[in-house]
Design a binder for this molecule. Structure first.
Ligand code: TMP
Length: 238
């Protein structure tokens, strides 16, 4: 059972459990954008993100990736391994979009080869600024070996997920990962794997299948996330 509330974020709440190595994660029906300035309740969103995350974490675990995912408890809840989070968001971009397209004034969806890796410093006070590797090391957020390992694992996850989404007619445009370390120092993939943190574009229609629908007010979010889940389940890989 869950015990103390440890963290209440924009889309998830994390609780301790009776096992000190295990955390309880509840996916909430909340959507936020603009770093929390735009906030709406969307019924069913938590359960959809939990299902998509569980499905992808189960596949990654089965394919030899080290992740924090342990098991699913109910519609909105999963159990994960407790890790010390690295205070960096690892963004990988296969095509220009979002902040990258704005910053460099590129065409939307310009292919980026090799994939672009970026870090953002997880700091609400600073609004999660871009940070390069040397800055992150100098500020003691991660050592060089951890940065290199995050890069390696992000590339491997990108290769897996790009092929996985391509198989269901979806381009993986970009995504954000977070990592954490186990008590023995091993770096593993943590956080969530959902359309809140991925940009996905339908190859047939060019339609956004991710949180851009909410960010840009393109219509209701729930049916779009349901489409992603249905397609993933239709071509299940485990
Ligand atoms: P960006 O284009 O806004 O920088 O976002 C790149 C990708 O990272 C996109 O898939 C959304 C994801 N992302 C998050 O999940 N959380 C964040 O705080 C940010 C800035 C981006």
């Amino acid at each position: 059972m869950k015990t103390e509330l440890l963290y209440s974020g924009k889309a998830k709440q994390m609780y301790a459990t009776e096992d000190p190595t295990v955390l309880w994660v509840e996916y909430m029906d909340q959507a936020t954008a603009l770093n929390g300035k735009k906030k709406v309740q969307i019924e069913g969103k938590g359960a959809l993100n939990r299902q998509i995350s569980s499905l992808l974490f189960e596949e990654l675990n089965a394919n030899g990736f080290a992740t924090h995912y342990l098991k699913t408890l109910d519609a909105n809840t999963m159990l994960v391994r407790r890790v010390e989070m690295v205070k960096l968001e690892a963004v990988v971009r296969n095509f220009a979009s979002g902040s990258f397209a704005r910053k460099f004034q590129t065409a939307n969806l310009l292919p980026l080869r090799p994939a672009v890796h970026e870090f953002y410093y997880k700091s609400d006070a600073l609004d999660d600024p871009f940070i390069n590797s040397e800055q992150a090391i100098a500020l003691g957020l991660a050592d060089a070996a951890t940065i290199a390992e995050m890069h390696r694992q992000s590339d491997a996850v990108n290769a897996y997920l790009t092929a996985r989404f391509d198989g269901i007619g979806i381009d993986l445009v970009d995504f954000k990962l977070e990592f954490g370390t186990l008590p023995d120092g091993t770096l593993i993939l943590a956080d969530e794997l959902s359309p809140d943190n991925f940009r996905l574009v339908d190859q047939a229609t060019g339609q956004s299948l991710d949180k851009d629908v909410f960010r840009k007010d393109l219509g209701p979010l729930q049916p779009v996330y349901q489409t992603v889940l249905d397609r993933l389940k239709g071509a299940q890989h485990v």
